[in-house]
Each structure stands twice: as C-alpha cells, then as structure tokens.
Design a protein around this ligand. Sequence first.
Ligand code: DGY
Length: 327
Amino acid sequence: MSEHRILVTEPIPETVIDFLSTLGRVDVGVKGEFNNEDHLADVLPKYDALLCMLSTPVTEKVLTNASKLKIVANFAVGYNNIDVAAADHLKIKVANTPDVLTEACGDFALALLMATTRRFNEAEKYLREGHFKSWEPMGFLGMELREKTLGIVGMGRIGQAFAHRARAFGMKIAYHNRNRISPEIEHELGADFFDDLKELVSKSDVLSLNCPLTDETHHLIDEETLDLMQEHAILINISRGPVVDEAALAKALHSKKIAGAGLDVYEFEPKVHPDLLTAPNCTLLPHIASATHETREAIGMLAATAIKQVLQGVADKNITNLVTSKS
Ligand code: DGY
C-alpha cells in the first residue's frame, strides 16, 4: 500500500504535524500559500487528506480534480470556505473543530465587548499620540455593563459561553436563534428568546453576532437593521464578516447612528473596508478569537484526529466532527 500524503496549508503547532506524520508524508505550506484556488487545485490531486484554514478556498473546482482526496479537515469551527455539497457529491468527508475553541472565543467576545464599550483603542491611540496631559473627568466616557442587555444572534456553543461571562458582569441576556435553546439552558443563562430579530436588535445595548455564515445570515445586519439599533448601542462580530454589510456599518459609525463596533472578522477578509479604518470607536482585530496556545493546539489535534480516522476507515458515525451539507 502506498504511503498516505497529507497537505497542511499553513504552519500549525508542531505536535499536530508530529501526529500527522505517523500517518504518512506531510507537506506544510507557507503562510497564505494556499489561499489561491488555482494553486490549490493544481497540487491537491497528489493528496489523500487536506488540513486547511478558514482562508483556504475549497471550492468545487478544487475538489473535482482531487481524485485521491478522502477528507478535508478545516482548522476552524466555521466551514463556509468549503463547498460541502460538492464534497458530499464527490464522497469526500469534511470535518470541522467544534467545542475546542468555545472557551477561547467566549473570553475573546467579552474582551472585545469591554474594549469597545470602554473605548480602549481610541484611548490608547490618544495616549500613544502624546495627547494625555492630565486626568480628564469627561474623557473617554463609555458604557457600563450592569443591567445592560446583551443581544446574541446565534445561541450555539460560543454564544452561550459569551452569555455566561456577560452574566457575571450583570448583563441581561436576550437572544435570537434558528431554534430555541432548551428551557434548562435558558433558565441557567437567564436568557430571553426573541423570535423577531428586529425586536432583539432594537432592545439590545450590545448586539453580538455569533451565528454561522449561510445564505440566510448573509448581510443579516444591513442598513435597515442598523437603523433599528439604539444610538448608544454597540455591535460585536466574531462570527463571519459577510453577516454584516460593512459599507452600511461604516456609514452608521461615521454618522454616529450607533456608538461603536468591535470586529474580528471582515466582509472581504483580509481586506478591511477603508471607512471602517477611520470610523470612530471601532475596535478592529485580525480574526484572532480562537488564538490561544491551548486552543490552536486542540483545534489542530481535533482536525488531525478526523484525518486519522478517515484514512483508517473508521465509520462516519464514530467520528464526532464530520459535517455534511445537511448539517
Ligand atoms: C472559527 O474557528 O471558525 C473561528 O472563526 C476562529 O476564530
């Protein structure tokens, strides 16, 4: 039997590469190398397994020529970069990395909320530019969290982890989700369900996006939704950029229709809308919600384990993190 060949599109923790090396020959790309569809389509036919990033375009074209490929394991929980329907059709398995990044993303969402409600980036810039001459009683006033409503759009694992943390700061939790969560979890989080997204948007002091990117959630937050937000309200997005119409958001920030935004993801990532770069009170981070040593290693091991299981012929029902177009 010939040796398995595995392509890892970018450098990832060494422990994961060592683990994959027990399964066959592993080739590791350099940063950004496989964000190019044509390049990936050219090399992929040599490989049995692909461990890729959320920036890797695993399109139908890429998959169609990859006749040896058995599995695509995404180094992320979101997998909108993969044409899962095409993979299903070609009988290529797809895996993602649920659970292992929940806590890191919950921490990060809270950090982004606090940085934005307390205007950290504006204030830091002010200091770095040498404007801090004396303590100012009216300088950089922000929003306190106690008794404020955190509206969460997408109450999955990460939304719930965020809600738990926000509760500890005295926030009230409201949410909108495709399906209502269990009464036990609603009770534990003190979370109010809003069937109507618009109502949730208009009631939230902080609106947080924690939903996957799908046809239904594309531009869920557009000019019309932003108009419903309160003037002092803040938008947080750690889900996927295209959930927000970025041009509309930049306009809302510049016209002070809303008080701020904390963003970790972008509509045309890695490009950032130029009007967001100049918008007041806008915390902009380079998609780092899951970026902790512990989590990135756990993400890698979960993706690599799915590769091992598929290459060794383990039945789908015994692999916890496979996804299909019906997931
Ligand atoms: C994911 O894994 O989908 C997240 O975007 C990482 O931050």
